[in-house]
Design a protein around this ligand. Structure first.
Ligand SMILES: *Cc1c(COP(=O)(O)O)cnc(C)c1O
Length: 422
């Protein structure tokens, strides 16, 4: 059993009433009635607060990692709060440009950029191009010129093993990302780029992983990068993203401000000039806690071992439990202050036994078919990883703020899916 959900896992503006939860001044029960379920609800105040905190903590050297959650409204929001936007594919780039983001605010990543993606980035004159391989170096050599200069960072693998899930660990030398410091590839790439007209290397970039709670890995990374670039006269150093967030009761993560303080201290303790611009690329830490997902309970099935409670979504709107074994909490929206006495396995509606949202969820003992439940902290890597598995139509996304709700992504329809047929 578990107590009522603690407010720490909810968006900043959440208010628990006896029979409803209000976020951004809007009733979650009213949102479900108006827009249906499953539904992603983002609290705009939380998004803006985290983006603002990041911009302040890193002196404006922040790019939002758009892969964590992206739509036009989100791209505009982070730019309004003073952030740049990271993209890793032509699709992400296309979306942010359509949203009106200036190329001067765009940072282009990708471990396997297509020729078109490289050419587009060069032609647009994006803020920073992240060189990830010798393949990137080759193509920049062919495209860059003094008339079309390219501002680069070189992504390196510092050889730091972040303490997180293997699939989201990216700082070790054995990685598909970046160029190794240890084996000399990173140095060779920098030397080669420096011989090219029109290329300016501003510094190095490392992203050691995701959902990281311990800050030591970041400090260790800074120390290694500072040592590696000591004689380069670079003006920037990017520490990547990866700051973790709490998903379940009892977890706690450092704030963005604490993260920035730690990496800044590590930079200060290094031999690099004090004027070196410290850059960061948080994704999850900005969007995760800002959102929750609303579901309606359907089938309730009791077997001797347990009770299965099935909702109208599942791995198509939240693949993280399947991919990483990630934990979540759930609560009954009409009974948010009740103790959670009913232990269930919360599952989706897809044709997989593995379609589990929460292996051992605690809900009110009254929660049953037809009730509205919510899973908090679903703002990162939920919608952005959503699929049409079983031809599920992807949920709508609403932003709530000061008592108003606006649809930023409408619910997909079967017509939307049918449009792809020739
Ligand atoms: C995914 C990613 C990020 C963001 O990671 P979070 O864990 O969401 O903060 C930042 N930089 C790069 C290069 C990434 O691949």
């Amino acid at each position: 059993m578990a107590g009522p959900l603690s407010a720490a896992l909810l968006p900043d503006t959440a208010v628990l009433l006896d029979d409803d939860v209000v976020v951004g001044g809007v009733s979650l029960r009213a949102l479900a009635r108006e827009y249906g379920t499953p539904l992603f609800v983002y609290d705009e105040a939380t998004l803006r607060a985290r983006a603002h905190e990041a911009a302040a903590a890193f002196d404006d050297g922040v790019a939002f990692a758009s892969k964590s959650f992206l739509c036009g409204a989100m791209a505009r929001l982070v730019v309004e709060e003073g952030l740049c936007v990271d993209v890793a594919t032509g699709g992400e780039l296309d979306l942010v440009l359509r949203a009106g983001v200036s190329p001067q605010r765009v940072i282009v990543h990708g471990n396997n950029k297509s020729d078109e993606e490289v050419a587009r980035a060069v032609q647009l004159g994006v803020h920073r191009f992240i060189v990830d391989s010798f393949y990137d170096v080759e193509r920049l050599a062919a495209l860059a010129s003094s008339e079309r200069p390219v501002n680069c960072l070189v992504r390196v693998t510092p050889g730091v093993e972040a303490h997180t899930h293997e699939f989201v660990r990216t700082g070790q030398a054995d990685s598909k990302f970046g160029l190794s410091v240890a084996n000399g590839d990173a140095r060779r790439a920098i030397d080669e780029l420096r011989t090219l007209a029109g290329i300016r290397v501003h510094g190095v970039h490392a992203h050691i992983g995701s959902q990281i709670f311990g800050l030591e890995g970041f400090a260790e990374t800074i120390a290694i990068l500072a040592d590696f670039t000591r004689d380069d006269d670079f003006d920037e150093l990017c520490v990547g993203g990866g700051l973790g967030v709490a998903y379940v009761e009892g977890e706690s993560a450092p704030s963005i401000t604490e993260w920035a303080r730690e990496v800044r201290a590590a930079l200060g303790a290094s031999a690099l000039p004090a004027a070196t611009r410290l850059l960061a690329e948080p994704g999850r830490a900005i969007v995760a806690q800002a959102a929750l997902t609303l579901y309606t309970v359907g089938a309730v099935k009791k077997v001797p071992q347990r009770t299965y409670l099935a909702v109208d979504g599942g791995m198509s709107d939240n693949p993280r439990p399947v991919l990483y074994g990630s934990g979540y909490e759930a609560f009954d929206v009409a009974r948010p202050r009740a103790p959670r006495l009913q232990g269930v396995r919360l599952v989706g509606k897809h044709c997989e036994s593995g379609d589990v949202i929460i292996d051992e969820a605690w809900l009110s003992d009254a929660t049953t078919t037809g009730d509205l439940i919510a899973t908090p902290v679903t703002g990162a890597y939920g919608y952005s990883m959503a699929s049409n598995y079983n031809r599920a139509a992807r949920p709508a996304v609403v932003f709530v703020r000061d008592g108003d709700a606006r649809v930023v992504l409408r619910r997909e329809t079967f017509d939307d899916l049918a449009r792809l047929e020739p």
